[in-house]
Every structure is written in C-alpha cells, then in structure tokens.
Design a protein around this ligand. Structure first.
Ligand SMILES: [Fe+2]
Length: 572
C-alpha cells in the first residue's frame, strides 16, 4: 500500500464548479481533510483550485507534494463523452444569436476534447504553479464511485445497497450500487439530465434561493406548508415518481434557468425574486416538492434491498444532505441499518477518493469528522495578548460556561480540530439554551441574522437521547431527522422544527468529543436537560470559522456574549 495518498476535488475546468476540498491518507487512514472554503473564506469556494487545502494536508504530516505516492482526483473527465450529445445540445442553447451559438458549440467541443485526451492538464498546471518538485502520479476515479466509496467503505457493512444522488457527476446523477468485500458494483445508472439534484435545485431557484446553496432552506420551509392537490397534480403531470423516476421534462435542457422557465409555465406563476416572506402557496410548493423527492428516493431502496437481499443502506451525494428524506429511508421496513456519509456534498469526494482503491474492509469504521486544523493554547493566548483582549482561564471550564448558558448567554465555542462537512459538531459551534422560544429568537436576532422560521438543531448526550427522540439511534453527524417525544418537547422547544416538531440532533458520546460531552453534562447538572442548542459558528453567508482570529473577529462583530477558545474565556 502507498504510504501517502492525497485526494482532492478541484472546482476548475472539467472538475465541477463548487466545494473544492482535499484529504490526505497515511497507510490507508485519513489524517487530515478540509474544505477550501474554510481557508479562502468564500462559501462553497466556487471556481477555485484547492491549493490552500492541499498545502494544509501536506503540512499536517510535514511532507512535500513530491513525498506523496499517489494523487487521486475524484472525477474522471473522460466519462463526460458518454453524454456528448447532451453537452452539445446544452452548449447550443446558451447563445442568443447563431454566431454566439456556434461559438459556444466550438468551445464545448474543445472542452470535450481536453476532457477526453488531456484530462489532467489544468490540474497539473495549478499544482506546478503552487508546489515545487516533481508531481506524483495522478489517478482519475469516477465522481459517483467516490461518493459511493465515501459511504460504503467507512460504514461497518459487509454488504449494502449504496445509493449516490446529486446534481451531476461526469454523466450520471443517481447511481444504485452494491457494496461487498470486493468493492462496489454499479447496478443502475440514471444519466444526467435525469437529476434529482436539478429537480430540487430548480424549485430552490424558483422560490428565490440559489441552487447548490438554498436547498436546505427549502427543506426547512417544507413542514410549514401542507398538502396542495393543485400543485401536486401539476408536478405529477410533469414528472414520474417511482424507483424508475423521470424528471427530465423539467431538467432536460441541463440548465437550471431553463428548468425554472418550464416550472413557471407549468405552475402559471413567475419565480420569486426575494426570500423575505413566503406565502402559503409557496410553502405548499416546498412541501409538495419535498414529498415527491421522498416518494422517489424511498422507492429505490424498496426495490433494490429486495433485489440485493440486504437491509443495509449507505448513502451519499449532495441530495443525501436532505435529512428529512433520510428520515423516510431510515423508517422503511426494508431498511435496518442506514449509514450516511456526513460530508455528502462534493467536498466529501476527496474523502471517498482516498478510500476507493482500498478494499472496503481495510477502511476503518468512520468515527469522526474532526479532520481539520487545530490551534494550541499558546497560539491562542498570544493572539489574545496581542489584541489586548482580557481573558480568564476558569479551572472548571464546563461548569463555568454551562452557568453562563443557563443565564441566557450566547456562547461561541471553539475547540480542537475543525469539523469537515456542513455541520458544526461542537468544535466550531454557537451554543445556547435549548429550552425556550426566547432563546431561539435571541440566537436569530443577535448572532445568526437569518430567516426567523429556520429551525435550530440540538446536541444531546447519546445515552439520554431516547428521552427526546422517537426510534432513537445514534446520530453523531446531524444528518438524520427524528420525531420527538411529546412529553419531552417543553425541554427542547428551541430546537424543534415548529412546523412538525421534528429535530435533527447530534448525539454525543464522551469518546467522540470529551470536552463537548462535559459541557452538555454540566448544563444537565444545573437544568436536568442533557441538551444544548448548537448552530454553526459563522456570521450570515460566511463559511464556518476556522482560526481563533476569525472567531475573535466574529465574536465582536456578532451579538455573542461569551467566547471560549480552547481553555480561555472572553466575555463582553
Ligand atoms: Fe456530487
């Protein structure tokens, strides 16, 4: 086995446009991984080459790029030629005049030729411009295969149905796999543009948010809506919803913009231009869209778990971030065990890329996403002193901070290694009291500056989670939604979805995050509630904070009351 494998997801050229990231593996184990957005501070880092993330990966074990035995790119541009016709049709639709159409067409042919014959040329140029020495050999692996490896290989399944669902890979949008000790076998491919990511993305844009960014907001809006037969029959007339789904009447142009126009025509309404307020009709559209997505996706495991004779399901791809949909899969009778790769978006391709050449059993079961940078107490103390910030170092940190939370304070909680993936899991989190609506409103008003209707999520001690969750199971990554026990709801009002009383918890064991576990326990000591409100430590529209300096800047720029940086506490 190679000693060092570097896998990274560029967002340039033929390699997709968003969520670049990098991960480094030593002897098959992940050592370090980070999204480029956390380092360049541009959310989703669209169009960027992840040179900062690669640099950080190399610095962690203190090696040079030339010490890497193999680079894996989790995308194989050569496969794009499987849908050459679609790509040329797309290109021809971009220009308004014949001259422009001809230009777009010739550009597209050029790009396809580069993808086919010189797929790594742009990546090699970028590597040479940022790093010294000879380049390691570069391998290309299919996009959906890397999503699938990121879900199956670190699960504890010997065999599973693996489902990867996103906007698009090189040519595919949904793939059904069988995972066994021999690896992954492709069972069924839904080729682009038959894309559930595009289906949901088109509605996201129709409702005023941006594709690849606002999908979670539409999912959050859905429970505020209700059944609407008129919208539903319009959408059902347009698309087929079952395991052999077909959404191409909406997505066939391959362009979100054109898809929105098709939807406008079908619904007889224009797209929304702002997201200040939502009418009942708009909430219903979110509700029905979510319902149809669930109907399609749930039907796939129904069919294929029987075919493959398994009740294990592993899930990845951007659509797997839809934790409401995940709840429906989890509750299926044919599914006993569900593992979802928490870095399900394209950023997680770097993780899958480092696993795909290994035998699935040799990949350790996933136990953490704390793979990013960390900062020592010495570094933090020097930063505080340099900025003339007064601080304390409480002997009983958990008790001290818990008492502040009980007093209604909003706490920036910065500890240890940065989380990879979209959720803050107690290392770069904003923490508040979960018990009251007032607490939730304070977080919205003073720190998050976001839509008031959007729900917050809890962190709870794993061994106490069954007090709150129906059909409780461990959920360390905040990627599954649960119904809540009616009798316990008063204790966690701030972290329920007001539309349907569901919640999207992080369950915490001490061996997963000792310091965070102790904080929740200390809060329980005072309140009898082993739960905290946990939202990501970032200001509106920013990526999650990475460095102590960013945390300090946000602390003063937001309405936080207390900032905890490792052992140190700063208060306003
Ligand atoms: Fe993807």
């Amino acid at each position: 086995m190679e000693k060092y494998v570097l896998s990274f997801k560029p967002a340039i050229g033929e390699f997709g446009v968003h969520d670049p990231s990098a991960a480094i593996f030593r002897n098959g184990e992940i050592l370090y991984a980070v999204e480029e957005e956390r380092l360049n501070r541009q959310k989703h880092a669209a169009g960027d080459f992840p040179h900062r993330a690669i640099q950080a990966c190399l610095e962690y074990p203190d090696i040079d790029l030339s010490d890497v035995d193999k680079i894996i790119l989790p995308y194989n541009p050569k496969l794009q030629t499987k849908i050459t016709g679609q790509k040329l049709r797309e290109a021809a639709s971009w220009g308004d005049s014949t001259v422009e159409k001809a230009y777009q067409l010739s550009e597209s042919i050029k790009r396809l030729a580069i993808a086919r014959f010189y797929p790594t040329v742009e990546v090699e140029q970028e590597l040479r411009s940022h790093f010294d020495g000879p380049l390691p050999p570069i391998g290309l692996r299919a996009h959906h295969a890397c999503h699938a490896a990121s879900a199956f290989h670190p699960s504890d399944f010997d065999q599973a149905l693996v489902l990867t669902i996103d906007g698009r890979g090189e040519y595919d949008s949904t793939v059904v796999w069988e995972g066994t000790h021999n690896g992954l076998q492709r069972i069924k491919t839904f080729e682009f543009p038959n894309s559930l990511g595009y289906f949901y993305g088109i509605v996201t844009e129709f409702l005023g948010y941006r594709v690849s960014n606002g999908e979670g907001k539409i999912m959050g809006l859905a429970p505020y809506g209700s059944e609407n037969p008129e919208i539903e029959s319009t959408l059902r007339d347009l698309i087929d919803v079952q395991a052999e789904y077909d959404v191409t009447p909406l997505t066939k142009s391959g362009s979100i913009r054109t898809g929105v126009e098709v939807l406008e025509e079908a619904l007889g309404r224009e797209r929304k231009s702002d997201t200040e307020q939502f009418t009942d009709w708009e909430k219903d559209l979110a509700f029905v869209t979510q319902k149809l997505l669930e109907e399609i996706v749930v039907d796939i495991p129904r069919q294929y778990t029987a075919e493959l004779d398994t009740s294990n399901v592993a899930l990845s791809g951007g659509v797997a971030l839809n934790c409401k949909m995940n709840k429906e899969i989890m509750e299926l009778d044919c599914v006993d065990n569900l593992f979802i790769q928490p870095v399900a978006s394209d950023a997680g391709l770097a993780v899958g890329g480092g696993m795909i050449d290994q035998s699935p059993q040799s990949v350790p079961e996933m136990s953490t996403v704390y793979w990013g940078p960390e900062y020592s107490n010495d570094e933090i103390e020097a930063l505080l002193q340099k900025n003339k910030v007064e601080y304390t170092e409480p002997a009983e940190l958990s008790e001290f901070v818990a008492s502040r939370i009980v007093d209604g304070k909003l706490v920036g909680w910065f500890q240890g290694r940065l989380e990879m993936g979209p959720r803050a899991l107690g290392n770069r989190s904003i923490i508040a009291d979960p018990r009251t609506v007032e607490s939730r409103d304070r977080v919205n008003k003073y720190v998050k500056h976001r839509e008031e209707w959007r729900p917050f999520a809890p962190s709870m001690l794993e061994e106490k989670a069954d007090q709150f969750l129906v059909n409780q199971e461990e959920s360390p990554y905040m990627i599954k939604t649960f119904d809540t026990d009616a009798e316990s709801r008063d204790d966690i009002t701030a972290v329920l979805h007001p539309g349907d009383n569901t919640t999207r918890p992080q369950t915490v064991r001490r061996d997963q995050n000792e310091r965070y576990y102790d904080l929740i326990s200390a809060f329980e000591e005072i309140t009898d509630v082993p739960v905290l409100l946990n939202t990501s430590f970032n200001d509106h529209g920013e990526p999650i904070v990475t460095t102590p300096a960013e945390a300090l800047k946000d602390f003063y720029g937001m309405g936080l009351d207390v900032l905890v940086l490792n052992d140190f506490v700063v208060e306003k």
